[in-house]
Design a protein around this ligand. Sequence first.
Ligand code: G3P
Ligand code: MG
Length: 254
Amino acid sequence: MWFYPKIVAHRGGGTLAPENTLAAMRCGLQHGFHAVEFDVMLSADRIPVLMHDPQFGRTVRGAGNVADTTAASLAAMDAGAWHGPSFAGEPVPRYEDVVAFCKENRIWMNVEIKPAPLHEVETGQVVGELTRQLFQKEAQSHIRGTNDVSLPLFSSFSFEALMAAKEAAPEIPRGFLLDKLAPGWLDKAQALDVVAIHTNHKNLSPDQVAMVKEHGYGLFCYTVNTPERAREILGWGVDAFCTDRIDLIGPEFG
Ligand code: G3P
Ligand code: MG
């Protein structure tokens, strides 16, 4: 079962804003989205920040690793100029600040735990512990299996990271991210005690949708960027998806 929003803005504002920044969160909100997906990685001083790539070069200019850079240094880096001059100076945000923004604006969060290589367990643990602190109040009144969207949903391609998050913050629901539903997915999903399977729509078949639903899981797809494809997979029974094209696929789509 899926109790969360159906259409989710990918990395904040999809292609309309620099991914994983507060400007992206504002952009998604301006387009009416109250549901967002973003990626969280650890800085060198173990502060969760929003970042997709473990190395600089694409969204942040230069060379080097996020895992070797402090959060203070990351906050001084430009994560917006690559997208366009109007976003120049947009910093790499701390996860905690993005959570505050989302709470203030009633935005539901799919927090993708994106560990840098070799930092899987540490990332899951630290993100789990911080999320537990930040959502202490919401967790007290949350009842699993209801449409209460006051808690975020963790997801990760890393089994180890998600397991560490489960141990640190068992009350925060989890979704298992898989590029495709390879053999063994169910055992892992059960071990992680997830509420949903998150997968690449490009590798999905209607039979697989039925199989996931038979096991009682919610099914979320990434990243669906045309209304035609969105209609098709929703027709198969997919519950929700994230999109980069928040200009073409609105929050009320479908
Ligand atoms: O969480 C869904 C999607 O974001 C997974 O892929 O690489 O865009 O983080 P990626
Ligand atoms: Mg992601």
